[in-house]
Every structure is written in C-alpha cells, then in structure tokens.
Design a protein around this ligand. Structure first.
Ligand code: FAD
Ligand code: SF4
Length: 331
C-alpha cells in the first residue's frame, strides 16, 4: 500500500487551511472508499487529515422550517435510525438501509457517501485499460466496452459512468443543499448543482475545490417528504450497487397527485431528476396506472442507452411507477 502520513484535525478552520495549501492532502472520514481507492492506486495522497473529531459535525439538528441539518460526519446507520429522518423523509432512511452492509454503514459518513467515486470496473480495476476518470486523456473503455451498468442519460464520449450513491438520489429528489465551508466561509450548494456532468473533464466528479469541506447536508421541509419511498433494483438483494434506483416523493389530495418529486440512480453521472415526468404527473389520479405510465415516459425520450444497457430504459420506467405507487400509498 502507498505510504502516507495521518494527522487529526481539531477544528474546521485549520482543516480547510491545510487542505487549501497542500495538493497532496486528502480528508479522510470513515475511510471505506478512500482506503480502497488508495490500495488500488486510483488515489495516492501523501497526507491524510482525519476529520472525524470536528466538533458538531456528527449531529442531526432541526431547521427552523421543520427540515433537518444532517452533519457530514454523521454515520449512515445513525441517520437511517433517526426517528425524525424516518418520519419526515422515509426516502432518506430507506436509501441508506439499502446501501452497503451494516458494518460499512456504521463506519461510513454522510459526507463521504456523497463524495464516493464511481464503481465503473475500468476505473476501479486499475489495470492498463484507458479510463479518462483515472487518467485524463487516455480514453473511455466503457464507451464501446462492457457498459451494462453504465449511464443512459447525460453521458459524454469521455465518460459513461454512473454515480453510485443511493442517498444522493434521495437528496436530489428533495432538493437538499450540500453545506460547504471553504476559504471564504460557508455556502449552500443545491444538489442539482453539486455533481458535474462528465463533459470533457470526467476526472472531476463535483464542483468542490481545494479547501472545501462538507460540513452538513440540509433537507428543507417538504410537503412531499413524508409520502416518500426509495426503490433499488440490483443484481442481488443485498450488498450490491443499484442497476437502477428511484427516489419518489408525492403530495396528493387523497386521490390525485398534487406534486411529485422523482430522481433516479444508476442512470447518469449524477442523480437524475425526471423533471418532465414530474410536470406531467401533476393532477393525475393515483389509480390511473396508464396515465401515470405515459407521464413517466415523457422523461425517457431523452434516454441514450449504450450497447449493453438498453434494458435500463424499460426497467427505469417500471421502477419509477412502482416507487410512485408506494409513495402514493403513504400519502
Ligand atoms: C463493499 C461496499 C459496498 C457498498 N455499497 C454501497 C451501496 O450499495 N450504496 C451506496 O450508496 N454506497 C455503497 N458503498 C459506498 C459507501 O457507502 C462509501 O464507501 C461510504 O459512504 C464513504 O464514506 P466514508 O466516510 O467512508 O468516506 P471516505 O472513504 O473517508 O471518503 C470518501 C471521499 O470523500 C472525501 N470526504 C469525506 N468526507 C468529506 C467531507 N466532509 N468533506 C469533503 N470531502 C470529504 C474524502 O476525501 C474521500 O475523497 C459501498 C462500499 C463498499 C466498500
Ligand atoms: S465510463 Fe468513465 S470511469 Fe468508466 S472507463 Fe469510461 S471514463 Fe473511466
């Protein structure tokens, strides 16, 4: 394993200063992704700064509007078990419980989860095959290679990878904000703007820069929050990443959909909102399955499947319908 020096941060200001000044320094939280990337040679920082001791960053706190501020260092298992999360945003708790394993969730943090890197095998295997995310300019082996698990939306010829986080899909559906503290203070980044499309620079997954530390994720109160559901479709029922997944949240008048939030995982470089479907679904009776199905289809005219993942187009629409019906039954 690549040698490194480990130190511990006591306060966020010195952690941010150290990260801004040293390109060879990486934050480490639970270490469940970073250490794997280091072992396989994808990331080789010389210095690791342990941020687990930063005061207050493990808490889940109330926002004045009834939403929640979830500390970046909160463990996935603690967030999934929190009564307020389960009651107000079941979609978040479910997305977490469908992630990884119990042991990993006890160790892994919320900030680390949304920062985890793609599971594209060409990126992870670290062999000699080209990968623009691992080695910019080398090419994309998945574009014409094995791409069953890859994107159907928003990809570029430089990269067709998907983002693997489950809970990021729930956060995207709820229009949560990533709260980032940096050299010039704290700023909220809407989830829709946090991840970058791959374009010609897929080595950059998100908009964070040097000295940016995620301190929390804020989920504003949402009328759709309580009637929400996360559905994950995968090759085996546990300990597996999503082939496709759906976060659905709805508000109804008892029969008709008043408003709908739908985001998908496993289909793009970032959680993918089905905005056209959300608009088309408003006003449709929950019992009108054909109406729901054709409204969902409106978001799939822009799908661009690859050689091996055409099945995701149909699978995604069926999963979206099922997630919507389950969320609707909770309204
Ligand atoms: C076998 C296995 C199965 C898995 N299955 C799933 C799954 O089904 N669904 C799913 O969603 N995930 C899954 N995961 C991924 C897992 O959830 C992540 O590894 C974990 O959430 C990362 O959190 P961490 O605290 O360990 O991050 P670390 O490994 O410590 O850090 C990851 C990255 O985030 C950066 N970072 C960490 N915290 C901050 C911060 N506060 N501010 C800025 N940067 C930060 C680090 O520098 C690093 O680049 C799986 C992982 C494994 C190993
Ligand atoms: S899809 Fe992205 S991560 Fe996978 S090989 Fe292509 S460039 Fe690399």
């Amino acid at each position: 394993m690549h040698p490194f020096v480990l130190t511990r941060a006591d306060d966020s200001a010195s952690a941010i200063a150290a990260h801004s000044q040293d390109v060879q320094l990486a934050f480490i939280a639970g270490g469940t992704d970073l250490v794997a990337l280091m072992k396989d040679g994808m990331e080789l920082p010389e210095r690791l700064l342990d941020i687990n001791g930063l005061p207050g960053t493990e808490r889940i706190e109330e926002l004045p509007d009834g939403g929640l501020r979830i500390g970046a260092l909160a463990r996935m298992s603690d967030v999934a078990a929190d009564g307020r999360v389960r009651a107000r945003f079941p979609v978040i708790a479910e997305a977490l419980l469908f992630s990884a394993s119990g042991q990993l969730r006890n160790m892994a943090t919320m900030g680390g989860n949304i920062m985890q890197r793609t599971r594209c095998a060409y990126f992870r295997d670290g062999d000699a095959l080209p990968c623009n995310k691992r080695e910019p300019g080398s090419g994309c082996s998945a574009l014409h290679g094995l791409n069953r698990n890859h994107a159907i939306f928003g990809w570029s010829a430089s990269c067709v990878a998907t983002h693997p986080s489950d809970v990021a899909v729930a956060f995207a559906a709820l229009d949560a904000n990533v709260i980032v503290r940096g050299r010039v203070g704290e700023r909220p980044i809407p989830f829709a703007e946090f991840y970058r499309p791959p374009s010609s620079t897929p080595e950059r997954d998100n908009v964070l820069g040097r000295g940016d530390l995620i301190v929390a994720i804020e989920v504003p109160a949402r009328p759709e929050g309580r009637a929400s559901h996360y559905l994950k479709v995968r090759d085996r029922q546990s300990y597996e990443f999503a082939l496709v997944s759906v976060a659905a949240a709805v508000e109804t008048d008892g029969e008709r959909l008043r408003s709908v939030r739908l985001a998908m995982g496993g289909v793009a470089h970032k959680p993918w909102r089905l905005l056209a479907a959300e608009r088309a679904l408003r006003g449709i009776l929950l019992g009108n399955t054909n109406g729901l199905r054709s409204a969902i289809a409106q978001s799939f005219s822009e799908a661009r499947p690859l050689t091996h993942n055409g099945f995701k187009v149909e699978l995604s629409q069926r999963a979206a319908l099922r997630a919507l019906l389950t969320a609707g039954a909770r309204a």
